[in-house]
Design a protein around this ligand. Structure first.
Ligand SMILES: [Zn+2]
Length: 291
């Protein structure tokens, strides 16, 4: 097999439907009428493109590998951060355990690959996606979160078609990107009434946007400059989700933001009283960095 990510290929193809089973029929009918299809190519660079005229949404093996790997590292770091807090530790070492060090190595490999040939084999002995992992293992949780994140990105691309947005990828406005974000978030959340399901899907939205953040290095600025700043995207998507201020999705986002701020040499002692307030404080710190 070209890549272990392809062990999940049928789940990947089904993900936009499975994320919101209550709208499966609606989505299927619309895709049939429009003739929309997913095209997975094998090329370097971060690829999530929609071609409205051809009704094609294109991604790449390297991009899927990247999305899985960054999702994996974010969830491992979040879990370890929570454990450190429970132990009452005031400092958190991101690569301090074998588990987190391995996760970071994997994410570094995936980033290097996407900017390199895009065709490097998944390194031996590295943690990897498998079709049927042990229930509740890190790989199992990563698979689920990856599929939710992928589904949300697909719904973002589908929204560009549905909303009749411009044909050229480069000329799309931030306004159109925000519309697609909001439409994708609504699609997967608005007709769901199961709180556990809602939570899982909301984590998927956050995981997707956090991964997109990880690709926003200088080399890809031209690709990503049309999109609104990452953490603002999380902010308005979570507002759209209508979750309460102490929802763990805010904690997840805030934790990864704090780790990213720390890696840029900014340490902030937060005094927010809810996860949303803490998230908002980090949002402000981030905006200061780019002023
Ligand atoms: Zn877009």
């Amino acid at each position: 097999m070209r890549s272990p990510i392809l062990e999940l290929e049928s789940a990947i193809a089904a993900a936009p439907y499975r994320i919101a089973p209550e709208r499966e029929q609606e989505l299927g009918d619309w895709c049939d009428v429009e003739g929309v299809f997913l095209d997975i190519v094998d090329q370097p660079g971060f690829t999530f493109h929609v071609y409205p005229l051809e009704k094609k949404i294109q991604t790449s093996i390297a991009s899927l590998e990247f999305l899985w790997s960054t999702t994996y590292v974010h969830l491992v770091l979040y879990d370890e951060y929570a454990q450190a807090q429970e132990r009452g530790e005031d400092a958190f070492d991101t690569g301090g355990t074998q588990r987190s060090a391995a996760a970071i190595d994997l994410a570094k490999w995936a980033v290097g690959n996407i900017f390199g040939s895009g065709k490097q084999p998944w390194p031996d002995n590295f943690v990897r996606p498998i079709a049927e992992p042990v229930h509740h293992s890190d790989v199992h949780v990563a698979n689920e979160l990856f599929l939710s994140a992928f589904a949300w990105i697909m719904h973002h691309e589908l929204a560009h078609i549905r909303l009749g947005h411009g044909v050229a990828i480069t000329s799309r406005s931030q306004e159109e990107e925000k519309e697609a974000d909001v439409a994708a978030t609504r699609w997967i959340l608005e007709k769901c009434h199961d709180s556990k399901q809602l939570q899982k899907r909301t984590y998927g939205v956050v995981a997707a946007i956090l991964s997109l953040k990880a690709i926003a290095s200088p080399g890809t600025r031209d690709v990503l400059q049309t999109h609104p700043p990452t953490f603002e995207r999380i902010d308005y998507c979570l507002s759209e989700a209508g979750i309460d201020d102490d929802n763990e999705a805010y904690a997840f986002a805030a934790c990864i933001m704090q780790i990213q701020l720390a890696s840029r040499g900014v340490s902030v002692a937060h005094d927010g009283s809810s996860f949303k307030e803490i998230f908002s404080e980090y949002l402000i710190e981030f905006s200061k960095l780019f002023r």
